[in-house]
Design a protein around this ligand. Structure first.
Ligand code: AMP
Length: 115
């Protein structure tokens, strides 16, 4: 229903990506242009362009993003040191890929974004 982005090709493993986790609902892979020592994108397999397009049907998949984030931060050893989860929406947030994604950033002191 919504237009595919490059992320659909990553989900289907049609283009190379460093996938760290995948199941029926979500896929997680390393960002091609990391902004921190650990920068992973966690995305629903279903195309949802932005948070504006989220519906009640998406609750399970989107809740699962957090379950997977909790698994990955343990695997990466940053659960105690800390990390940041970000979702950009539209122009003012600089969203570039219109397939909803959670950025997981860590591995260094990220500074304060919101004070
Ligand atoms: P956003 O600005 O929130 O839309 O973030 C999009 C992110 O996708 C950026 O951090 C890009 O570096 C990342 N990205 C774009 N193409 C790829 C790709 N083929 N593999 C991994 N990450 C990508």
């Amino acid at each position: 229903m919504y237009q595919e982005t490059i992320f659909s090709k990553i989900i289907r493993r049609e283009i190379p990506a460093d996938i760290v986790y995948q199941d029926d609902l979500v896929t997680a892979f390393r960002d091609i242009s990391p902004q921190a020592p650990i920068h992973i994108l966690i995305i629903p397999n279903k195309i949802i362009p932005t948070v504006n397009h989220v519906t009640a049907e998406d609750e399970q998949a989107l809740g699962h993003l957090f379950v997977v984030a909790a698994k990955i931060v343990q695997q990466e050893g940053i659960d105690e040191s800390g990390y940041r989860l970000i979702m950009n929406c539209n122009k003012d947030a600089g969203q570039e890929v219109f397939h909803l994604h959670m950025h997981l950033l860590g591995g260094k002191n990220l500074g304060k974004l919101i004070s």
